[in-house]
Design a protein around this ligand. Structure first.
Ligand SMILES: [Zn+2]
Ligand SMILES: [Zn+2]
Length: 325
């Protein structure tokens, strides 16, 4: 199956965290955290349709201005998701500039503030000089963005302040067993799209699918169907290294093909990790092992380890696979 996501950190592990995810079948990208993204080309910044902020410490949010500047004359919405305070933080950034020449610009910024039980929504539109417009809130139910191709989930974690972790999951694939199609004597045709649509919509078994004028029940056609799970990517940055966070993060990232996780401290500095509310590389490895992820991508290291980054990788690998690199 062809991959749907191409995910790569924008910077090295000692620079600000940001994960750029290109949606390969669409000309767009998602950005998880917006640290300093000066390394991204303008064309790639323009592709960003949705930004998912874990928390608004400066190293995770300073790149918002870069995106805003690039996106000003772009058509369509820029969506920003983040923890409680994100609406105020976006508003604060926008208020830091003067917008008297902006009314003809098309950009619309939609902000979604993920609280414990609700998602607050506010819009900031160029046509309105980016004045805040509060929209009705919704109930929080883990899935914060649902599209035909994928969905994004958010998890509440703590980092001395409320923070979020995210997962990006491709929808499952529905494939047609061509041999079975042949042996059932059925033609290839547009009805196959109808069939897939019915399955995606969880239609009842007695649903009728019209195959070139002849009606067939959905349940008769099920032997044609092969379902395979889609790709899953998880993103876990600054998190207090406590049991409560780990107990939530592990099930949340379970089964990820790739887990992008902070490995901020070495475990010999666990006291410091606790004090500063960051994970150690060993904990990142443990999360990856217990969640049976395919690949662990360490990000976001404390500058104190600039001379010994390999120790952080080794510690994570040992905890993940039980052996050193
Ligand atoms: Zn932080
Ligand atoms: Zn950070």
């Amino acid at each position: 199956m062809k991959p749907v996501f191409d995910a790569a950190p924008v910077n090295g592990p000692f620079d600000d965290p940001s994960l750029y995810v290109r949606i390969l079948r669409e000309s767009r990208a998602l950005l998880f955290d917006a640290g300093d993204i000066g390394g991204l080309e303008a064309g790639n910044i323009l592709r960003i349709s949705d930004i998912f902020i874990t928390h608004t410490h400066m190293d995770h949010f300073i790149g918002f201005d870069t995106i805003l500047r690039a996106a000003l004359s772009r058509e369509g919405s820029l969506r920003v998701f983040g923890p409680s305070n994100i609406i105020d933080c976006v508003e604060g950034k926008l208020r830091g500039y003067t917008w008297n020449l902006i009314k003809d610009y098309p950009i619309r910024i939609e902000v979604f503030e993920i609280r414990e039980d609700s998602v607050e929504q506010a819009g900031f539109y160029a046509e309105n000089s980016f004045c805040r417009i509060d929209n009705p809130s919704k109930r929080f139910n883990e899935i914060i963005l649902e599209e035909p191709l994928f969905r994004v989930r958010a998890l509440h974690i703590t980092h001395a302040i409320p923070a979020l972790a995210y997962s990006l999951e491709e929808d499952f694939h529905i494939n047609i067993n061509k041999d079975m199609l042949l042996s059932m004597g059925l033609p290839v045709g547009p009805w196959l799209s109808e069939l897939k649509k019915a399955i995606r919509g969880a239609a009842p078994p007695e649903t009728i699918i019209d195959i070139e004028g002849s009606p067939h029940r959905l349940e008769e056609l099920m032997p044609l169907i092969m379902i395979s799970r889609g790709e899953k990517i998880s993103y876990v940055m600054d998190a207090s290294p406590d049991k409560e966070n780990l107990d939530k993060i592990i099930p949340f990232v379970t089964g990820s093909d790739a887990l992008f996780c902070e490995g901020y401290f070495l475990s010999e500095d666990s006291d410091r990790a606790m004090e500063r509310n960051h994970l150690t590389s060993a904990l990142a490895g443990r999360i990856a092992r217990e969640a049976r992820v395919g690949r662990l991508e360490l990000m976001h290291f404390s500058p104190r380890y600039r001379h010994c980054a390999d120790e952080l990788y080794r510690e994570a690998e040992e905890a993940f696979r039980g052996r050193a690199l």
